[in-house]
Design a protein around this ligand. Sequence first.
Ligand SMILES: NC(=O)C1=CN([C@@H]2O[C@H](COP(=O)(O)OP(=O)(O)OC[C@H]3O[C@@H](n4cnc5c(N)ncnc54)[C@H](OP(=O)(O)O)[C@@H]3O)[C@@H](O)[C@H]2O)C=CC1
Ligand SMILES: O=C(O)C1=N[C@H](C(=O)O)C[C@H](O)C1
Length: 268
Amino acid sequence: MGTGLVVMGGSGRMGRMLCSLIEGSDDLHLVAVTEAPGHDWVGQDLGAAMGGAPSGVPVTDDAASVLPTTDAVIDFTTPAATVAMARLCADHGTAHVIGTTGLTGDDIDAIDACADRTAIVRAGNMSLGVNLLTQLVERVAASLDADYDIEIVEAHHRHKVDAPSGTALMLGEAAAAGRGVTLDAVADRGRDGITGARGRGTIGFHAIRGGDVIGDHDVMFIADGERITLRHQASDRSVFARGALKAASWAAGRPPGAYDMLDVLGLK
Ligand SMILES: NC(=O)C1=CN([C@@H]2O[C@H](COP(=O)(O)OP(=O)(O)OC[C@H]3O[C@@H](n4cnc5c(N)ncnc54)[C@H](OP(=O)(O)O)[C@@H]3O)[C@@H](O)[C@H]2O)C=CC1
Ligand SMILES: O=C(O)C1=N[C@H](C(=O)O)C[C@H](O)C1
């Protein structure tokens, strides 16, 4: 049986990927899947809801009823659902793995306030590749001065609702850290109109949306006469899901705290 998991939003793009990987795992099992009240999967068996054979895994809108037997909750949903679940997980001492993006500063503060009662792993991208890339970006940014303009370009599928992506913001944070500044002080998000010349030392963000792009990110360091581009391209959502499952196993039973994927991957 091993680690018992609840997957929030099991009918979503990430939810389906997570459920299928857990089903094929020897050391993880699904305690339940949650959906928002009123969702047509609520009250059904997960297997039947997916159009297959019964699996014995319930779909519920009452997470509190399943948390006592759950080691970790995996959450790729919406900011409002994630903040509510952080509070519930803290009440039960259940580990919470958060992949949801589009969180405001207030949302992040609310989540962090729960980390003194349970282990929370949060990352805008759970893939090994992107987490390694943040370290490369920080190093390159630290090695180059502001003659190298930093621009971050991301592309995602047409259904994505937030911009810049969580990954772009992670990469921007890494570049800002390399430069010894805060991202808030230098971010230039989505130029439009008569913008004036580029500000020296700013970090630009640009978002492309279309089709079924899973997630591409370029970090460009552009100077007079040369440019360096560091690129990550995801071609399968399983890279995010595998990272989240690793985080759930790592966080289950761990002391309370706010962690990220660099902690999980041992890259700090
Ligand atoms: N950190 C990372 O590595 C990654 C992060 N993401 C992020 O994860 C999030 C989800 O992405 P994606 O799977 O593509 O989105 P989807 O819209 O496909 O899935 C979200 C799911 O959450 C459900 N949901 C909404 N509210 C609740 C609630 N209160 N309780 C339970 N379930 C709820 C939705 O249900 P309904 O259908 O009713 O709306 C839906 O099934 C986004 O913020 C995305 O940016 C995505 C990939 C990787
Ligand atoms: O919404 C998505 O799909 C993705 N969201 C994350 C983000 O905002 O960076 C991670 C990945 O790029 C896919």
